[in-house]
Ligand binder design. Structure first.
Ligand SMILES: Cc1cc2nc3c(=O)[nH]c(=O)nc-3n(C[C@H](O)[C@H](O)[C@H](O)COP(=O)(O)O)c2cc1C
Length: 234
C-alpha cells in the first residue's frame, strides 16, 4: 500500500497537524497558550464521544506551580528526569490529569447514571428505563465489566478518546502537547486525595497531559510502521 498523500487543503492541514504533533518533553516556560486556544482544546475534550454517552471522566487542570510539584517525585514521565530538564511539570503552559470514574459512579443503576441519562442526556422517562437496561446488559453481559477495576479501565478508555482529540485540536492550533502515563498511580491517587480532595474510591488517575510550545525541535524524526504493516483490509 502506498503512503497516503493529501488531495485537498483540508487533508493537507490534517496531515500537517499530525506530523507537527510530537510528544513534547520540554516546553518554553515563557510562552503561554492563550485562554481562547486552551478553551478550544478543552471543548475538544468535552465534546468527545464516550461509550453510552456516560462521560465517565473528569479533567483536573493544575496551574499552580507548587501543586504541580507535588507530583514531581514519582511522575517520572513528566519530571524531566529522563532528559535533565524541569520536565513537562515544570515547563508546560497548561498541565492536566484525566481522572477515570470508578464503579461507584459508573455501575449501572448508580445515582450518577440515573441522573445523567435523564438530566444531561435528556432521555424521556420511558426510553430512559430501556436505556438503563441496555447499559446494564452492556456492562454485565457484553463487556463483562464485573469488577470495579474493569469499570475504571473502561472509563479510562473513554478519557483517552478525549485526550487524543485534545492533542489533535492543539496541533491544529500550533500548540504542542505530551500525553503521560509515566507516574506511580498509587502515589498520584494519594496526592490527589490529600491535596485536591479527590476521593480515590470514586476517581482514579488515568493519564496526564501537558500543553505549551516546544522549547526545542523534536529530538528524533517521527517514526512509524508502514501503513500496510498497521492496516489490513478484508
Ligand atoms: C498513553 C501515552 C503515554 C505516554 N507517556 C509518556 C510519558 O509519561 N512521558 C513522555 O515523555 N512521553 C510519553 N508518551 C509519549 C510517547 O512516548 C510518544 O507518543 C511516542 O514515542 C511516539 O512519539 P511522538 O508522539 O513524538 O510521535 C506517552 C504516549 C502515550 C500515547
Amino acid at each position: 500500500m502506498k503512503d497516503f498523500t493529501a488531495q485537498s487543503d483540508v487533508q493537507a492541514q490534517i496531515l500537517e497537524a499530525f506530523n507537527f504533533r510530537h510528544a513534547t518533553k520540554v516546553f518554553d516556560p515563557e510562552r503561554k497558550v492563550s485562554e481562547s486556544d486552551f478553551n478550544t482544546i478543552l471543548e475538544a475534550a468535552r465534546l468527545s464521544p464516550t461509550s453510552f454517552g456516560m462521560e465517565p471522566w473528569q479533567l483536573l487542570v493544575i496551574q499552580t506551580p507548587e501543586k504541580r510539584e507535588l507530583f514531581r517525585e514519582f511522575a517520572w514521565g513528566a519530571n524531566g528526569a529522563l532528559n535533565g530538564s524541569a520536565g513537562q511539570l515544570g515547563t508546560a503552559s497548561h498541565f492536566a490529569i484525566f481522572l477515570a470514574h470508578t464503579g461507584k459512579t459508573m455501575k449501572a443503576g448508580s445515582a450518577y447514571t440515573k441522573n445523567h441519562i435523564r438530566q444531561v442526556k435528556q432521555i424521556p422517562e420511558d426510553v430512559a428505563v430501556a436505556y438503563e437496561g441496555a447499559y446494564a446488559q452492556f456492562q454485565e453481559r457484553d463487556f463483562k465489566l464485573d469488577s470495579d477495576a474493569k469499570i475504571t479501565e473502561w472509563a479510562s478508555r473513554q478519557a483517552y478518546i478525549a485526550l487524543g482529540n485534545m492533542m489533535t485540536a492543539a496541533a491544529l492550533l500550533g500548540v504542542d502537547s505530551c500525553p503521560m502515563e509515566g507516574f506511580e498511580s498509587d502515589k498520584t491517587s494519594a496526592v490527589l486525595e490529600q491535596h485536591f480532595g479527590i476521593d480515590p474510591t470514586a476517581l482514579k488517575p488515568a493519564v496526564m497531559v501537558a500543553f505549551g510550545y516546544r522549547a526545542n525541535p523534536p529530538a528524533h524524526p517521527k517514526t512509524r510502521r508502514a501503513a500496510d504493516q498497521v492496516i489490513s483490509w478484508a
